[in-house]
Design a protein around this ligand. Structure first.
Ligand code: URA
Length: 204
């Protein structure tokens, strides 16, 4: 049975039992038009048992070139933000709403987001993080509510079942407007506190 004719097959999505298997089944994905322009698919990376997952919008030029998320200027800022709250990149998992670069870094459209979201959901299900940071407007609208505005939703936890999600500004927005730094600092302090308060794995 096919999920999307000739493109995303249910077996691709539900067969994989590990992130590596999922990455493999996604490698040739042509579920939307973004596939045609990619150099590399940016699957996501980090700790497969991460308790904290960060979700951005989509790969930029440097991410597309290297096949890794958040390695360009916004990624360098994200690394600094994480370091400031004592969290390393290695302990978290970082992924994006879409896994192929939109041309000219435009915002991915509705079709592209809905073609790609099943992969992110499966990734999320395999990792099972109790905490998520939603980086920016596209991730907020795609994951929570198409009408949600990042300016009013940021800085407050959203609870969905056993998962808590913290929306904050995307690091690229901070590069454009450094006045947003104060808000992001506030939001990441909440994330740090919740992360520190988690029961260590195996002791739940
Ligand atoms: N911006 C994103 O949203 N994701 C990346 O991986 C890089 C920049």
């Amino acid at each position: 049975m096919e999920f999307r004719t000739g493109q995303l097959k249910l077996d691709d999505l539900y067969g994989p039992r590990t992130l590596d298997e999922l990455r493999e089944s996604m490698a040739g994905c042509r579920a939307c038009g973004l596939a045609a322009g990619r150099t590399n698919l940016v699957f996501g990376e980090g700790n497969p048992r991460a308790r904290l997952m960060l979700i951005g919008e989509g790969p930029g030029a440097e991410e597309d070139r290297l096949g890794r998320p958040f390695v360009g200027p916004a990624g360098q800022l994200l690394d600094k933000i994480l370091a400031a709250v004592g969290i390393t990149r290695e302990e978290v998992y970082i992924a994006n709403i879409v896994k192929c670069r939109p041309p000219g870094n435009r915002v991915p459209n509705r079709e592209e987001v809905s073609a790609c979201l099943p992969w992110l959901r499966k990734q999320f299900a395999l990792i099972g993080p109790p905490l998520v940071v939603i980086l920016g407007s596209t991730a907020l609208k795609s994951l929570i509510d198409p009408q949600a505005a990042i300016t009013s939703w940021r800085g407050r936890w959203i609870t969905r079942g056993r998962v808590r999600l913290m929306p904050t500004y995307h690091p690229a927005a901070l590069l454009r407007d450094p006045r947003k730094k104060r808000d992001v600092w506030h939001d990441f302090q909440l994330v740090r506190d919740a992360y520190r308060a988690l029961v260590p794995l195996g002791k739940e």
